[in-house]
Design a protein around this ligand. Structure first.
Ligand SMILES: Cc1cc2nc3c(=O)[nH]c(=O)nc-3n(C[C@H](O)[C@H](O)[C@H](O)COP(=O)(O)OP(=O)(O)OC[C@H]3O[C@@H](n4cnc5c(N)ncnc54)[C@H](O)[C@@H]3O)c2cc1C
Length: 428
């Protein structure tokens, strides 16, 4: 198979180009997934003028368009909440519209087999037993988008949809502008601080920061509606589909190792295109198989297919600090977020501010699934609650850097931690 670069063979040399600077915000957030939403909201609430560019037409990234509609997990697997702040606010906003399902606090850590079975059927209990009830949350994807829109709007963030951030212009160790591309052509935004929440680390990679790239089996989750007796269907088919919000509707977490044929590099457009086509074909086959072989699915139909490929991992920053498995339960003086582990009980990763910082560029932070951790720690830090927690930390830090007129590495970290706690983040 040829990559795009090989296919083109020869080169095109563009004439020297002058691009209009269309905005000069304090903070530019690249990517409006769960991390970007949190980063932009936190930065704007912190007093910064914030712009967010997103290549699609909605917020949430994998948490909405990828149909990854489970917040795993907001606890430490021992009955204590580890992620709150903007993630908890998102749950509260969706709850007001009846769009979440999760165990009440009184059930957290309960080993009762009946309760564990109930929440397992919602996809909220994972890993090896002995199992206990976790504080994890199933939600409705459109409601996540509605709540995200409200949060950005109320905070005064200016979103720019259908816009790709393509190229940082780095001078004197800082990003002076970011080239964007949309229907209006190529333009530039000149921010004071940039937060890369693109999931794939597009900005830090283009800025020349070191990273690791993981190849992964792709996923394509989908929803089926008009399903009959779901509990009966779930008896013999554990893990193939889950209860989700909405009567007669199931979430099918399709893809991954053993189903898709090969691992892909999610930053290679040819491989992504091939994987999308392959996964869609397999989704159709799986829906047909369920209809034919599981009586409860006889009259069911596909009601939604994720419009983003499920990519667990691609680029991970090799930043000021790279977290490894040895950091499990390790305290850091610069902890700015924490997360439990969705498959493990009673353990926590404290995430240091240095894991959001690249080694070189002085006005760039990252948050979400591409932060500076190794492959193992990534299993925990890539989860949506952790992405929102690191996003909130990065956004708050960016606003402080702007106010202090300093680089992002020079801010008062104790002051950042104080602000995060005041906002409801859980740092200990
Ligand atoms: C199959 C699978 C199952 C998972 N299961 C769970 C689960 O059950 N629970 C859980 O909590 N987590 C789960 N995760 C992890 C979680 O969904 C993601 O890691 C998390 O949503 C990532 O959030 P993010 O904001 O970092 O990135 P993303 O959600 O990927 O958001 C990145 C955003 O940036 C935009 N973007 C990218 N590049 C550019 C660019 N150059 N310019 C402009 N915009 C750009 C994208 O369109 C997107 O909106 C799962 C992941 C996968 C793939």
């Amino acid at each position: 198979m040829l990559s795009l670069a090989e296919l083109s063979g020869r080169h095109v040399v563009l004439p020297h180009s002058r691009l209009p600077i269309v905005a000069e915000p304090d903070v530019l957030v690249v990517g409006g997934g769960s991390a970007g939403l949190a980063a932009a909201t936190a930065a704007a609430r912190g007093g910064a003028e914030v712009m967010l560019v997103e290549r699609f037409g909605y917020l949430g990234g994998l948490a909405s368009g990828g149909l990854i509609i489970l917040l795993l997990t907001m606890d430490d697997g021992a009955g204590h909440q580890t992620v709150a702040g903007l993630c908890q606010e998102m749950v509260d906003r969706m709850e007001r519209r009846g769009a979440v399902h999760y165990p009440p606090r009184s059930e957290w850590d309960d080993p009762d087999a009946r309760l564990v079975e109930h929440y397992s059927r919602w996809g909220l209990v994972w890993g090896r037993g002995p199992h206990r009830v976790r504080y994890s949350v199933a939600f409705e994807p459109h409601e996540f988008i509605f709540a995200a829109d409200e949060m950005l709007n109320e905070a005064g963030v200016r979103p720019l949809y259908q816009t790709w951030a393509c190229e940082p212009v780095v001078e004197g160790g800082a990003i002076r502008s970011v080239v964007i591309q949309n229907k209006a052509g190529r333009q530039a935004i000149a921010p004071r601080v940039v937060i890369d929440t693109s999931g794939d680390g597009d900005l830090f990679a283009a800025a020349g920061e070191p990273f690791e790239l993981e190849r992964v089996h792709p996923w394509l989750w989908f929803l089926m509606s008009n399903v009959g007796d779901l509990d009966e269907a779930l008896q013999g088919t554990k893990g193939l589909f889950f209860h989700t919000l909405g009567a007669g509707r199931v979430l099918v977490p399709w893809g991954g190792e053993g189903r898709t044929q090969r691992k892909i590099d999610a930053t290679d457009p040819v491989e992504v295109a091939e994987a999308l086509a392959e996964c869609r074909r397999m989704v159709k086959e799986e829906a047909d198989r369920l209809k034919e072989s599981v009586p409860a699915f006889r009259d069911a139909h596909i009601s939604m297919i994720a419009d983003q490929l499920g990519i667990t991992e691609s680029r991970r920053l090799q930043g000021e600090y790279v977290m490894s498995r040895d950091d499990l339960d390790r305290p850091f003086a610069d902890t700015v977020a924490r997360t439990g582990h969705w498959t493990k009980y009673g353990c926590v990763y404290n995430i240091p501010y240095r894991s959001l910082q690249p080694k070189g560029v002085t006005n760039l932070l990252t948050a979400g699934r591409c932060i500076s951790v190794d492959h193992r720690v990534h299993h925990a830090t890539k989860e949506i609650p952790a992405c929102m927690a690191t996003g909130e930390a990065a956004g708050t830090a960016a606003a402080m850097a702007v106010q202090a007129g300093r680089g992002v590495k020079e801010i008062d970290v104790a002051g950042l931690q104080r602000r995060l706690r005041e906002q409801g983040a859980m740092l200990e």
